[in-house]
Design a protein. Structure first.
Length: 335
């Protein structure tokens, strides 16, 4: 017999949903048969499967260990997660992590063999005891917002079910204010708010921006203000209001201000001028996150503002550029 006690991250879901996570290799028919025969019990009693689980509930498996191992696929014991010693944690509590993701790292896996920020987060939590391998059978920490592989900056990860659910809803409802820093071609002297419509081509993984609505297009809103500028280059702080795929890159390119290092939407000949700085990808950084009033258990985050420091190449470009206006403001974002 094996017994498992429901933890906070596992409560609130139906018993059968939990069992399908715990025994991912078992057919549904097997699980319901074991419930009917009382080979799987809830709090010592026969269960049907639709019962809602509460913290502290006891589930007992009157099955051979070989059978349990077979249907869990040995997932808890066999899967390994890397530990990235230089993972930059901006903030951490019992429910969430704020992480400064480097450019070049995937937010989530694109292919099975990929290693992404999600795997590094789980490796970090396993290494400090915040989660156990057995708990990973029924609950997976994850990220609540995604950045393009070559975009650096702030990513929110959920350590608990509450953290994942509340932050996921906040991003979905756009109650969080997200600000990015980017270096763009041209001189921008005024704050502006722009709207448009974005349509993605799945085959090319590229988006098109238009001023008029068309079938399959989504409305987008982008607000930006210059932090510093000179004749050919502007450091912008962008308020990402809607947050669609490649929105900042494509929207700014559509008005004649492509991002430095962006070879998909940008100006290739202009980009070549900055290759001596090691710039090979877009200079776009998720810099700042403003939290609204948050519900429990995330109430301590309410009205807080967090910043993610810019990476090395970005830092050097800001510091070494001869700005015509906003030199002090440009240097302030480095601290």
């Amino acid at each position: 017999m094996r017994e498992t006690i429901i933890k906070e991250n596992e409560s609130g879901q139906r018993l059968d949903k939990y069992l399908k996570k715990y025994l991912p290799q078992a057919p549904g028919s097997f699980i319901y048969k074991m419930l009917r025969k009382k080979n799987i019990t809830l709090n010592g009693k026969k269960a049907a499967g639709q019962e809602k689980l509460n913290t502290g509930d006891s589930i007992k498996f009157f099955l051979a260990e070989e059978t349990i191992d077979k249907f869990t696929g040995n997932a808890a014991a066999s899967e390994s997660y890397p530990v990235k010693k230089d993972l930059e944690i901006i903030y951490e509590d019992d429910n969430i992590l704020l992480i400064n993701k480097p450019a070049g790292m995937l937010s989530q896996k694109a292919k099975k063999e990929d290693v992404s920020l999600v795997e590094y987060v789980i490796g970090y939590l396993l290494s400090n005891g915040s989660v156990t391998k057995e708990e990973l059978l029924t609950f997976h920490p994850g990220i609540c917002n995604r950045l393009d592989r070559n975009t650096s900056g702030m990513v929110v990860a959920g350590k608990s079910l509450a953290g994942l659910q509340i932050m996921g809803e906040a991003f979905k409802e756009r109650t969080l204010a997200k600000y990015y820093l980017c270096l763009v071609k041209g001189c921008i002297k005024e704050t502006s708010y722009i709207r448009g419509y974005l349509k993605k081509d799945e085959k090319t993984n590229k988006v098109m921006i238009s001023r008029k609505m068309s079938e399959g297009a989504a409305a987008i809103e982008t607000e930006y203000e210059p932090v510093a500028y000179q004749k050919e280059l502007t450091l912008l702080k962008v308020h990402l209001i809607t947050g669609r795929t490649h929105q900042i890159r494509a929207h700014l390119a559509s008005i004649g201000h492509p991002l430095m290092g962006d070879y998909k939407y940008g100006n290739i000949s202009w980009n070549h001028q900055y290759e001596t700085y090691g710039v090979k990808t877009q200079m776009l950084h998720s810099y700042e996150l403003h939290f609204p009033q948050m519900p429990k258990p995330l109430e301590n985050l309410s009205k807080n503002v967090f910043q993610a420091r810019v990476p090395g190449k970005f830092y050097r470009l800001i510091k070494e550029t001869a700005w015509e206006h906003g030199t002090q403001e440009a240097l302030e974002v480095l601290h």
